[in-house]
Ligand binder design. Structure first.
Ligand code: SAT
Ligand code: MN
Length: 580
């Protein structure tokens, strides 16, 4: 196979001349190709078989123990002008970055196969979808891209029709963290990644293309590329709403997108359109429509069980790649909070011993095609996307942020999004549990200056009179003893219900300086025992603490200097004044 697209052919030739692979393989995306890759990886020990009776088609991959999460300190945005990348990104001058990467890529594919993966982010026929080509020397990356994206022949045909595509060059290199870099060149629509085989560092269609490069393109072209799940919520009366929600990595986007209603809320249905990324465009009527650029999930495994996420639990019983989980005596994948069984081999491949930490790595992952999800919505394949009723922001916060509140208007919603803070998780290397600001859950993923990004969000609000409502949620409030105040998981539907009731104008609310909060009577709490005092604290707004919070948000914004849009600063002042 080759291509009629001259630019692509040339780029593959040049890359091969630089990296010196033994072979070149153009991926067609067929099942036979996937089966062949799996066979090859089993032979080489890159994949290990799992129990074929209880987990048919499932395999285990153990990554290098130093290569288990995204590496934000080694991730760069390389724009000609440093200011453009902003203080929210690491920056390197394009020429320096190219010199460094060319050195690392030189001859790096000797003895290996160079795979060319044409892929399409979004339904193949969607005007909102965008194509890319990833070149990689990792069969594991190819297999993951097959499960997570629309890749192969159809994507190549679209590229040949359109002529436009984002280029991504990836090599696992020697996996030495000293020689590991994830570089983005937005002006060249180019990504280069070396030295890691892991998830967001290596599956370039995901965070690198669909968020960092796409957010940059979206600003030029007037749309939004966001770190958001997309779900459909259907009421017992058949009323449907589509919600998009942004939470930082490993804060429960996958669980919320696949939510199973509590038994005490019969007739409610949740269907999944996406669990990680949403591309949002206004249609001709000013309705904000969302597509999910991906077609599979790369989800956090630990904690997944029949109670927390039955859909995911069932979905990963077949045709799934597990990365860095443990195994039990039956050679089944095992992870913390899975079941009462015992792990035998830990994620590093060593005999499990409780003194050596968790059996599965806290950031161990499943890769699986979205169609296997029992709650999969076929609308995920609709080229037109779905109309969004509400945008929800959230983070992991022990204190302060109430269970749910609603912005007064779009501008206030942008302030709420820009103020998101969350405790860090194992999805990125570094300390876990430290509260950091993570605007729109895009801190690691926005491909340009946050000030300009907030300005772009505000400008989007001026383009329509049919904007979605904006909300903030926090499932993670704790009491003094570290116990969660809210049960979370399926019971989060109670909050979603209030959100759509607000969107439909069916319920009133308590107006506070930080936004609209539910009257306790409007929350559907049937079948749930929450102490009135607990509910009170979940819905409380403590003015003194919020004044402090707003001051710290002001300090944070100040770090972005003159590019912070006036509208955002005014909104911030308005809320601060309202807090007295
Ligand atoms: O490693 S990924 O970036 O793919 C997952 C995540 O951090 O959300
Ligand atoms: Mn994510």
């Amino acid at each position: 196979m080759t291509t009629t697209n001259e630019a692509l052919r040339q780029w593959v030739d040049e890359t091969a001349a630089l990296t010196k692979p033994d072979r070149i393989h153009w991926c067609d995306g067929s099942d036979a190709e996937y089966a062949g890759l799996v066979r090859l990886m089993l032979e080489r020990g890159d994949l290990l078989p799992l129990n074929a009776e209880t987990y048919p088609g499932c395999h285990l991959h153990r990554s290098d123990p130093t290569d288990v999460a995204r590496v934000e300190h080694l991730t760069f945005v390389c724009t000609p002008d440093r200011e453009e990348a902003g203080p929210n990104n690491n920056w390197m001058a394009p020429a320096d970055a190219h010199r460094r990467m060319d050195g690392l890529f030189a001859g790096c594919m000797r003895g290996r196969t160079l795979y060319v993966i044409p892929y399409c982010m979004g339904p193949i026929d969607s005007p909102y979808a965008r194509c890319g080509v990833e070149i990689t020397d990792s069969p594991y990356v190819v297999a993951n891209m097959k499960l997570m994206t629309r890749m192969g022949r159809a994507a190549l045909q679209r590229i040949e029709r359109e002529g436009r595509f984002v280029r991504g060059l990836h090599s696992t290199g020697d996996l030495n963290p000293e020689r590991r870099f994830i570089m983005h060149f937005p002006h060249e629509l180019l990504i280069q990644s070396v030295g890691s085989g892991y998830g967001g560092n290596a599956l370039l269609g995901k965070k690198c293309h669909a968020l960092r490069i796409a957010s940059w393109q979206a600003r030029q072209e007037g749309w939004l590329a966001e770190h958001m799940l997309i779900l459909e919520l259907e009421s017992p009366a058949g009323e449907k709403h589509y919600l998009a929600a942004a939470f930082p990595s490993a804060c429960g986007k996958t669980n919320l997108a696949m939510l199973i209603p509590p038994v005490t809320m019969p007739g409610w249905k949740v269907r999944t359109l996406g669990d990680d990324i949403a591309w949002l465009h206004f249609d001709a009527d000013g309705v904000l429509r969302a597509i999910n650029p991906e077609s599979g999930y790369f989800g956090v495994v630990p904690g997944t069980n029949a109670r927390t996420n039955r859909n995911a639990f069932d979905m990963i019983r077949r045709d799934t790649i597990f990365t860095n989980v443990a195994v039990n005596a039956e050679n089944e994948p095992w992870w913390e909070d899975k079941d009462a069984q015992q792990p035998v081999i830990d994620w590093r491949g060593q005999p499990y011993s409780p003194g050596k930490g968790p059996a599965a790595h806290p950031n161990s992952r499943f890769t699986v095609a979205a169609r296997q999800n029992p709650s999969y919505s076929p609308l995920a394949d609709d080229p037109a996307g779905v109309p969004i009723s509400a945008i929800i922001f959230g983070g992991r916060r022990r204190e302060l942020a109430p269970l749910v509140y609603q912005a007064r208007d779009w501008r206030h919603g942008v302030l709420i999004g820009a103020s998101v803070a969350s405790e860090t998780t194992a999805a990125a290397t570094g300390e876990v549990g430290v509260t950091r600001r993570d605007p729109m859950a895009m801190k690691p993923f926005c491909g340009y200056h946050f000030g300009d990004y907030w300005g772009h969000w505000l400008a989007m609000g001026g383009r329509s009179t049919r904007l979605p409502q904006i909300f903030h949620v926090n499932w993670f409030r704790q009491d003094r003893n570290g116990r969660f105040l809210w049960p979370g998981f399926g019971d989060n539907l109670r909050v979603l219900r209030w959100i759509v009731d607000r969107c439909a104008g069916r319920v009133g609310a308590n107006e506070t300086p930080i936004g609209f909060l539910p009257h306790a009577r409007d929350l559907d709490l049937q079948g749930l025992t929450v102490e009135p005092a607990v509910l009170d604290s979940l819905l409380a707004v403590d003015a003194a603490s919020w004044r402090q919070e707003m001051q710290s948000i002001g300090d944070y914004f100040a770090g972005f200097g003159e590019r912070v849009p006036a509208g955002l600063s005014e909104e911030h002042r308005r809320v601060l004044t309202a807090l007295g």
